[in-house]
Design a protein. Structure first.
Length: 95
């Protein structure tokens, strides 16, 4: 299940309308619809955080589904050179 499908399924399980969820997280219904239909890339960290809260999705789950690493995590990884080097060195790079 891709990111948009996961959002729609969770929204429907919670019996939230598209317009209602869009209003709760302060984005347009059109934009939310485009996200759910995968016509848009995963939204900003801010929107993902609002979606996670509104839909009660654990943060790791929603960011993994969006195939995104939050900007704050990226910044912290770059500050920790030893752990970042280990991650880079241990990566399989598609092998």
């Amino acid at each position: 299940m891709n990111f948009g499908e996961m959002l729609r399924a969770k929204r429907e399980t919670m019996k939230l309308g598209l317009r209602e969820l869009a209003r709760l997280i302060d984005i347009s219904p059109t934009y939310l619809s485009r996200i759910e239909l995968c016509h848009e890339r995963a939204p900003s960290d801010e929107v993902i955080l609002k979606l996670a809260e509104a839909l009660e999705i654990p943060l790791p789950d929603i960011f993994i589904s969006a195939q995104r690493v939050p900007k704050l995590i990226q910044e912290n990884m770059l500050l920790d050179k030893e752990n970042f080097s280990t991650l880079i060195n241990d990566a399989t790079w598609g092998e």
